[in-house]
Structure formats: C-alpha cells, structure tokens
Design a protein around this ligand. Structure first.
Ligand SMILES: CC(=O)N[C@H]1[C@@H](OP(=O)(O)OP(=O)(O)OC[C@H]2O[C@@H](n3ccc(=O)[nH]c3=O)[C@H](O)[C@@H]2O)O[C@H](CO)[C@@H](O)[C@@H]1O
Length: 375
C-alpha cells in the first residue's frame, strides 16, 4: 500500500480532479490525504466525500500589488514549514499537485525531502504555480497538445482531466426528475465554474423573458454567495409556465449538465471535462481576467475540436440570439454531440492512478536496493 498526499484545493477546478484520483487510489487500497483550502467552495464540494481524508491548510493566491505579494510570500513560507512537518509525520511515498497556491509549499518541501512530485496541469495555458514547480517534478500530466518548456519528454504524460466517477451522462428526463424541474420544451443550463459568474447570472435575469417566449427554460448555478435559491416564472408560447431555476451550488453536476439541451459556461478545465463527459453542446464564455487568459485557450481548443462554440465576454450582447439559434439547430447539436463522444477520455483517473502507483513502486524498489548496498 502506498501513501500519497494530494494538494488540490482552492477552486473546484483543482479540487474535483484530486477527488477523482483519490477515489480510484483508495478503492485500490492506497492511502490518500487531500489538502484543501479554507474557502467556502472547498467545504461545499467535499461535503459528500466523507469516505476521503481531507485536511484544511492555509494559503493564498499570488495576486495584486506589493502588499498582496508580500502576504503571498509570507503564506508560502508558512505553507512550506507546515508541509515539512506534515511530510515528517505522514511519510508519504509521493505527492500529487494540481497547481494553484496550495501546491507550491508542499512541492518545495517534498523535493527537499527527496519525495517524488507529480504535477497535473488542467489548462491549455499552464499556470504560474505549474511553471514554477515543473522543475521539481518527476512526472507532469498535461492536456493533449500542450507543451511545457524545460520538462524532458519522458516526464510528460497526456492522460487528460480526471472527472469524478459520479459525473456521468444521464437521460434528460431522468436528470430533470432528480433535479425536481419541469421542462416543457428546451433547457438551457448556465455554469459559472465553482465561484459562479456574475456576468452570466445578470444575463439570465435580463434575458429570461425573451428565452421563455422562445420556449427555453433555464437552470443556472449562480455560485456561493451570489444569490439564494429561487425560481422565476414567465408565460411561454401557448400560455405554458416556463421557469428559470437559480441555485447557488449544486452537488449534482452530472445531472445538471446532462439535463441540458445546451450549456452556457465559463471555460474552466473542470467544467469543460464534465461537459464532455455528459455530452452537452455548449457556448463557452471564457472568464476574461483568468491568469494568462487560460480560459480562452481552453475554450478555443474545445471549439477547434468541433464540440462547442466560443463567445468572448465582450460579445455577450449576441448571446441571446446565439442561444436561440443554436438551441433549435438539431443538425449542429448532433455534430457537437458526436465530437464530444470522441473527445471523452473515460480512463483519465485510472491511468493517472496506475502511473502514480508505478512511481511509488519504483521508489520502494530503489530504496530497498540502496538499503541492501549499505548493509
Ligand atoms: C476563475 C478561474 O480561474 N477558474 C479556474 C479554476 O476553476 P473553477 O473552479 O473556476 O472552474 P472549473 O470549471 O475548472 O471547475 C469547477 C468544478 O467545480 C464543480 N462545481 C461547480 C459548481 C457547483 O455548484 N458544484 C460543483 O461541484 C464542477 O463540477 C467542477 O468540477 O481552476 C480550473 C483548473 O485549473 C481553471 O481551468 C479555471 O479557469
């Protein structure tokens, strides 16, 4: 049995793949400890995974002016020393980092202690943390076609984004039932990533009347703290009641995405991987302020695979017309669905778990040989 520490908190896009890999490793009898942040979204996401072992750890993202940078440095130093203590106490065989601010301290401490570091980059434009840690890593997992300068090719694996096993494609009618919604005609689902997207939430409230008239119901995941759960009613074609359901957070993302005829979403790597898994045609609106514009790179790759459409946020005025046109274009939706099926990599969590176990085994053999030579 191997022991693996996984640093994956901070956002849903980092945490969800950590959970996906930990579930596979634990099923196979290995021990995992997942480091998460104190953020509300981390707590909401882990609530249903009581069979996994989580520990909350302090940390802050690299951002802003001088004061924020100094605060980041201070938190990095304290995270490094906390990680050193943890590595001494837990003595893991390997650490797996999903990028983000929780990865840096642990990556540095593990490298100094001679513990192998594996690193997963979810985005088509690698982030700052990943660019810093890449030199410390024995293994780097990248999205297809993405290059990371300075990493030897033998260290790289293209295994895709691990999706939690509960997220799967369901029949629309079953998903509507489980979500307790009535959909008289078509359903548009709005996703803002784990933090929600204010611009998309506003778009829903300002445009729902028009959508309802076209026979389009809405289910919008607004983000924690952005709104409370509510339902808006409009009279649609033929006098039918058409609803927009707003929920701040969902623990049923497989059903939410499967319920959709069309999804409008931010272009986080997690949402895109789940949109692929649930075969949902989408319009992706990248968050324009994401680091290094990585959401634009993610959305562009998805569009180039013929699996959805990219719409920049500065063209949000065109979204209503685009939604109404695409929603009723069965030919194009069908094309997107068959390309989504082609893109799905069911085995990502398993392949990463297999590879991590192999790295742990190689380390145990090397340590045993070293011991033999000494004695
Ligand atoms: C603003 C920003 O920079 N976001 C980044 C963040 O992801 P961020 O968390 O914003 O968004 P992602 O789309 O990658 O992932 C969201 C995850 O949270 C889950 N979820 C979300 C809402 C909810 O109510 N319930 C729920 O379970 C989703 O199922 C998914 O697994 O890290 C990702 C991975 O590096 C990046 O690609 C994103 O660009």
């Amino acid at each position: 049995m191997s022991k693996i520490i996984i640093a994956c908190g901070g956002t849903g896009g980092h945490l969800a793949p950590g959970i996906a890999v930990a579930e596979v490793l634990q099923e196979r009898g290995h021990e995992c400890l997942l480091l998460i942040s104190h953020k509300q979204v981390d707590s909401a996401l882990v609530e249903k995974y009581s069979h996994l072992d989580f520990i909350k750890t302090p940390g802050r993202a690299f951002s802003g002016g001088l004061v924020q940078r100094l605060a980041f440095l201070a938190s990095l130093v304290s995270s490094f020393f906390a990680s050193r203590r943890m590595l001494r106490e837990r003595d893991p065989d390997l650490v797996l980092l999903f990028g983000g601010f929780l990865s840096l301290g642990l990556g540095l401490a593990a490298q100094i202690k001679g513990i192998p570091v594996a690193l997963h980059e979810a985005n088509c434009q690698p982030g700052k943390a990943v660019r810093l840690i890449k030199h410390l890593s024995t293994r780097v997992y990248l999205p297809d076609g993405v290059r990371l300068r300075g990493v030897p090719p033998e260290c790289i694996r293209y295994f895709g984004y691990p999706v939690r096993k509960e997220i799967k494609h369901a029949l629309k009618a079953d998903a509507w039932k489980r979500l307790k919604i009535k959909v008289p005609n078509k359903l548009l689902v709005i996703l803002g990533g784990s933090q929600g997207a204010t611009a998309l939430n506003h778009w829903v409230t300002h445009n729902f009347e028009k959508l309802a008239k076209a026979g389009i119901s809405v289910y919008c995941v607004t983000g924690l703290g952005n709104s409370s759960a509510s339902t808006i009613h409009e009279i649609g074609k033929g006098g039918v009641d058409v609803t927009a359901t707003l929920v701040p957070f969902s623990g049923q993302m497989g059903d939410v995405i499967s319920a959709a005829d069309l999804v409008v979403s931010r272009a986080g790597a997690g949402s895109i991987a789940e949109i692929i898994r649930c075969r949902a045609p989408s319009i992706l609106i990248p968050y324009p302020y994401a680091a290094d514009n990585h959401q634009h790179a993610n959305a562009l790759a998805h569009e180039q695979h013929g699996a959805g459409v990219l719409l920049p946020q500065d063209q949000l005025n065109d979204l209503t017309a685009e939604v109404i046109e695409l929603m009723f274009n069965d030919w194009l939706l069908g094309k997107f669905k068959s390309n989504l099926e082609r893109l799905d990599r069911f085995e990502s969590s398993e392949r990463i778990a297999d590879d991590l176990i192999a790295l742990c085994d190689a380390r145990s053999i090397a340590n045993a040989q070293k011991l033999e030579r000494v004695t």
